[in-house]
Design a protein around this ligand. Structure first.
Ligand SMILES: [Mn+2]
Length: 312
């Protein structure tokens, strides 16, 4: 994957690390997927589609790229699922400490174990808003706890996990699930107030982990484990707009784009989703000439990860 290019073909002026408010970290990882392979090609397809996208957002009347979007080198650590998670954790945390709005593009969902861990160490009372077809609550799967089927097991233990769009799970996950904070697709379709209830279930600081298989396969077929009965575009945009308006969204990741060269609209959907989320985040914010690259949280207390794994 080319790393010399800027995100969406924006000029260097809006892509330099120091001046950028937003960081985009590609994580082309597909080590543990069980069915459709190819999530490692997701970031490349997403970036290519982004280059062909118009950068003025009509709805928010903004050009969010002018806030600065710095595209980092991809995280390619794949010697083991655990090593990948640790790399994502460390790199994400480094950029949060530089006061950046950190975003990641996967890769399969196991990358989120690392991103969630980093955000949870940096923000108080974190809610993880998981938008996904699958519960992903297993403690371990196929011999590792860093499998994509385990993406939010740790988040469920350590954060306020709120799950939206769920329509596929194992019965064992029922024992781990907080049904007050789980919004099943079949219930959402019958409840016009579901988004208000999701908002109520969340704390102020919110990290969004967006698995693209949350969308209906009719609009998002290029994903590893598609499930019928998913979210459509405008209801998702309306919901996200509400989340960004009502809460302090501190970062997000988007995962599980499994590109198919004969079906490019999924790549464009992912590109547009990413840009929409940034547009909602920064709607109404001035574009600063200078940017303060320091973070206003005391890091001394959290320099040692509380998740260091010394079991093996
Ligand atoms: Mn999923």
């Amino acid at each position: 994957m080319s790393t010399s290019k800027n995100y969406a073909g924006i000029s260097d002026e809006f892509a330099q690390l120091e001046k950028s408010k937003i960081i985009l970290i590609p994580v082309p990882y597909d080590g543990t997927s069980t069915w459709g392979k190819g999530a490692d090609k997701g970031p490349e397809a997403f970036l290519e589609a982004s280059e062909n996208m118009e950068l003025y957002d009509i709805e928010t009347d903004s050009e969010v790229y002018k806030q600065g979007i710095h595209l980092t080198a991809p995280i390619t650590e794949n010697s083991s699922p655990e090593a990948m998670v640790n790399a994502v954790h460390n790199i994400t945390k480094d950029f949060i400490k530089r006061n950046k709005f950190v975003t990641l593009f996967g890769g399969e969902h196991s990358i989120s174990i690392g991103s969630i861990r980093a955000f949870n160490e940096c923000f108080d009372n974190l809610t993880v808003l998981q938008i996904d077809a699958h519960a992903d609550l297993r403690e371990s799967y196929e011999g590792t706890k860093y499998n994509h089927a385990c993406a939010v097991y740790e988040a469920n233990q350590t954060t306020n996990l709120v799950q939206v769009g769920i329509r596929s799970m194992d019965i064992i996950e029922k024992t781990l699930m907080d049904e007050e904070k789980t919004f099943f697709a079949h219930d959402m379709i019958a409840d016009e107030y579901w988004s208000d209830k999701v908002i109520e279930a969340m704390t102020e600081n919110v990290f969004i982990t967006f698995d693209l298989d949350a969308f209906d396969p009719s609009i998002m077929p290029s994903t590893g484990t598609p499930e019928p009965g998913g979210l459509l575009w405008y209801e998702t945009m309306e919901f996200l707009k509400q989340v960004f308006a009502d809460k302090n969204v501190v970062g997000f990741d988007i995962v599980e784009l499994c590109p198919n060269k004969n079906e490019r609209s999924s790549d464009f959907l992912a590109a547009k989703l990413y840009y929409k989320m940034l547009s909602y985040k920064f709607a109404g914010q001035d574009i600063d000439q200078e940017y303060d690259n320091t973070f206003d949280v005391d890091y001394k207390a959290i320099t040692n990860s509380k998740f260091e794994d010394d079991e093996d």
